[in-house]
Design a protein around this ligand. Structure first.
Ligand code: SAH
Length: 250
């Protein structure tokens, strides 16, 4: 069965939006995945279809009501074991590893918060997995939901066309990607590195791995601290550091 995403939001017209284009959009047209939305407001029961209320204890902003949201979640997840995500700046930061796990499942239910957020009791009662897309605050969970689904959609079988392009990229090896080049060979006086023009596969792989290790070491030492270095990478990092040392003193 194809991957099925359901998004709970106050702004269903924002979907598929960005996801209707390019790889994800074409894959959706081919039926390789589907996206439906539920309007949270449809689950309000009062005359004004109220979805939010003032925060208990006082303070600014509004909070999404637990009863309304719980009904929306229950309607989306009847006889359904898909993971239930709540987009939230307090959540666990999204990683490529979690994206891979999601992509290997049947689908996902995503709740988009708004205002000050969601009543804690519905998070607990419906066991929502809080997921953050980064350490900054947006005004709603819709962009974060698009981010999660874009990251997932490009990993679904057949979506990227060339399955290798999803294997060799940032984070999969615990490293950032290496630099890419294409034609022309010379651009504003800058040339494509010689090794990439030589056609010697082993040299090219070695050069790429070294670039990836060096970049990760310089820009994201936290990734190396977390995962350690891949086996053949440690020697390349030493080589890079020695060369740098040489440049500094030479
Ligand atoms: N008061 C909250 C912020 C609410 S922002 C706090 O300080 O933590 C409103 C909604 O936007 C949130 O409920 C969430 O769904 C979404 N959102 C904002 N920033 C986000 C982020 N970095 N990652 C994921 N969701 C985010």
């Amino acid at each position: 069965m194809a991957f099925r995403a359901t998004v709970l939001t106050l702004y269903p017209e924002m979907f598929p939006g960005y996801l209707g284009y390019s790889l994800a959009g074409k894959a959706m047209e081919r039926g390789q995945w589907s996206l439906d939305t539920l309007q949270i407001r449809d689950f309000a029961t009062d005359k004004h279809r109220t979805v939010d209320d003032t925060p208990a204890g006082g303070g600014a902003g509004m909070v999404l009501k637990p009863d309304v949201l719980a009904r929306a979640i229950d309607s989306a997840s009847e006889n359904d074991s898909r993971p239930r995500l709540l987009m939230s700046p307090r959540g666990k930061p999204l990683t490529q590893e979690r994206v891979r796990e999601l992509a290997s499942g049947d689908g996902v239910i995503i709740v988009c918060g708004r205002f000050e957020g969601v009543d804690q009791r519905v998070i607990d009662a419906r066991e929502l997995e809080e997921v953050s897309i980064g350490d900054y605050v947006l005004s709603g969970g819709e962009f974060p939901a698009l981010v999660v689904l874009d990251a997932v959609a490009r990993l679904l079988p057949g979506v990227l066309g060339d399955d290798r392009s999803a294997v060799e990229e940032s984070f999969d090896s615990g490293l950032l990607d290496w630099p890419h080049y294409t034609r022309p060979v010379e651009f504003e006086g800058r040339k494509v590195p010689d090794v990439l023009q030589g056609g010697h596969h082993a040299d090219i792989q070695r050069w790429r791995l070294k670039q990836a290790v060096a970049r990760t070491w310089l820009r994201r030492p936290d990734l190396i601290a977390r995962g350690g270095l891949p086996k053949d990478a440690a020697a390349l990092l030493d080589e890079f550091l020695a060369e740098r040392e040489g440049e500094e003193h030479g």
